[in-house]
Ligand binder design. Sequence first.
Ligand SMILES: *Cc1c(COP(=O)(O)O)cnc(C)c1O
Length: 326
Amino acid sequence: MVKANGYGHGMEWVAQTVASEVDGFGVARLAEAEFLRQCLPGARIVLMGSILTPAQYQWCAEHGIETVVHDEAVARRLATLKASKPLNVWLKRNVGMNRLGMAADEFRRAHHALAASQSIGKLIHMSHFSDADDPDPAETRQQIARLQTASAELGTYPLSMANSAGIIAHPDSHGAWLRPGIMLYGDDPTQTLSGDNALRAVMTLKSRIIAIRTVAAGEGIGYNRRYRATQTRRIATVGAGYGDGYPRHAPDGTPLLINGQRVPLAGRVSMDLLTVDISELDRVDLGDEVTLWGDGLPAAEVGQHCGTISYELFTRLTARVSRYYL
Ligand SMILES: *Cc1c(COP(=O)(O)O)cnc(C)c1O
């Protein structure tokens, strides 16, 4: 899954980097499919949930973009699509999320309409889990069974169910196609992988200390002086803020990494700057590197402090952040 600009990592770089390891790419928007097709002329590309115009479906067929169909009426329309090449369709069953996908009877009718059509090439049966990261496997087991049952009564078709959490926690959901997203970027949504199986962060977001000062007891730091020093503190100002994608609502105490040691955020994050309490650090200097998340400080942990997840931190990185691809 390389949607949302490769989860903020740069779609083209991610796609080129893993191209020889994967069988295809998943995107969420037609514009993403168009861009990726230019980067990788021969790759298998699947466009996840969308409703397109007939001309856009035709474009997909002709450019080898496979599309997810999650609605019976759309399936019926596609069965009469006029295109010079057949369109491969991933037919989506709703198994519990109630966001996209068809109920059992709709799924069956949509399948028959598409299977009988000359316009349609390969058919893949898919679903998407709502609860695969839940330590209790009961709901996901039912969701696996819902797709398996719906598919089996129509014949033998390739299945695709598993997102990262499904891949890690539910081997019986694997089927023909896996759809790893966040795990590709080094976050384990189940927080169960360890040792040799532990994932490594792909993105490390770094800045530098650009000012250091001593703040006396009673003084405040940053806008509205949200953080108030109760004793003398050493405060470092870092050249990163919400204008770079660091969450403005990060509370005091959110960890950052300086010289391998965790230090707490102190004061409100502003657009270009944030402030950390470095009173406990032994050695620290102007220009020292600060890790906001990544190597040594999982984005998931930063996300936990900020009431969000690594997915959102990654995808909200802004354009002004310089990217260095190693
Ligand atoms: C984004 C997406 C995935 C990947 O999910 P992760 O939790 O990031 O692994 C899988 N399937 C679909 C349909 C998606 O939209």
